[in-house]
Design a protein around this ligand. Structure first.
Ligand SMILES: C[S@@+](CC[C@H](N)C(=O)[O-])C[C@H]1O[C@@H](n2cnc3c(N)ncnc32)[C@H](O)[C@@H]1O
Length: 328
């Protein structure tokens, strides 16, 4: 009886892990541009030769691809990318592959170091410069879903001046600046390499200024109509979050807006992904857990900001856009 249970559980774990193969295979294909290489029927040798890749390992990757339907055998030892609609587009086109890259290179290795971290009571250190470009790119995937909510708010506000804290590659302000040509947008970004990308991407937008600065060192020249801060709260130490809200509120005009995008965790009905984000962030000595719903209300209240609403961006990730209005 016990042996039957053992086999049942072993099979269950293996079965539950099967989806990992699909993600891993797609990640390798994205990272090495293999789906593009097999766009037309190709032999393994042609591809390993053209891309200077290890032939044996490529052979294994192709075999798995055939068994899970990412590739198809076309005869004469040639293979072709199959079911392309399920696969990430090549790099650089705001491809969904960047999400796989972040998951495989950052999230999964981090979660696998849990036993060691717990045993040794240590934390990892988040290497900002190494991961910032990938993280900034994945954040951009959210934009499409969050932008309409911010646009609506901005339209009501008739804002002349907007500052985006931790603007990443400047994706939000670029789209907003095009939509609101008479509003001036400033993006603040601490990472020099990400700032550089943001500057290049927004160079044709006359109403955008990108500054390489730490938000704690920054002060706007005049009171602002709106402050945006998207996916930044987990960079801020828990003890400094109230201070952050106080500081941001002090930059805003009376009746001005603050718009924040963040995953929220800690509710009993938080989705598993929001909770696992917390395990991930807590693994680093320089990243911190996500805010809870009550905290967002409390920090705003104490900073003189009225919480207007919390709207869902991605339910499964527990992602929300939160709007506040500065009290007069
Ligand atoms: C997850 S990304 C989000 C980028 C963008 N706001 C978005 O939602 O697409 C967070 C960004 O905040 C920046 N950041 C973190 N701490 C900062 C600070 N103290 N001052 C300015 N930027 C900061 C990071 O370098 C990173 O590019």
């Amino acid at each position: 009886m016990i042996d039957v249970m053992k086999m049942f559980k072993a099979r269950m774990y293996m079965k539950r892990n099967e989806p990992f193969l699909y993600s891993w295979h797609a990640y390798v294909g994205y990272e090495l541009d293999l789906f593009k290489a097999f766009d037309r029927p190709m032999t393994k040798f042609d591809v390993s030769d053209a891309l200077q890749l290890d032939e044996d390992l490529l052979k294994q990757w192709v075999s798995i691809g055939v068994s899970i339907g990412h590739l198809k055998e076309m005869g004469r030892e040639r293979y072709k990318t199959w079911n392309a609609w399920k696969l990430p587009k090549p790099k650089g086109n705001n491809s969904s592959g960047v999400l796989l890259k972040e998951m495989m290179e950052l999230h999964i290795p981090t979660l696998l170091s849990y036993p060691d971290m717990m045993r040794n009571q240590e934390r990892l250190h988040y290497d900002e410069e190494k991961h910032a470009p990938t993280v900034a790119e994945t954040s951009r995937l959210l934009e499409v879903l969050a932008l309409p909510k911010i646009t609506r708010r901005l339209k009501e506000t008739h804002a002349n001046t907007v500052v985006d804290i931790g603007c990443g590659e400047g994706g939000y302000i670029k789209k907003l600046a095009e939509r609101f040509p008479n509003t001036h947008f400033t993006g603040i970004e601490i990472s020099p390499s990400v700032t550089k990308i943001a500057k290049v991407l927004t160079k044709d937008n006359k109403n955008i200024l990108i500054e390489n600065a730490d938000l704690w060192q920054y002060k706007p020249d005049e009171p602002l109509d709106m402050v945006m801060m998207n996916n930044v709260i987990h960079y801020i130490d828990l003890e400094k979050r109230q201070e952050l809200f106080n500081e941001l509120a002090s930059w805003i005009k009376e009746e001005g807006m603050m718009s924040i995008i963040t995953p929220i965790a800690g509710d009993s009905d938080s989705p598993p992904f929001a909770n696992v984000f917390n395990s991930f962030f807590s693994s680093f000595d320089n990243l911190y857990r996500l805010p809870e719903r009550e905290e967002l209300a409390k920090w705003g209240e104490q900073a003189g900001l009225e919480l207007l609403n919390i709207q869902t961006v991605i339910k499964e990730g527990g992602w929300y856009v939160v709007h506040y209005k500065k009290k007069s």
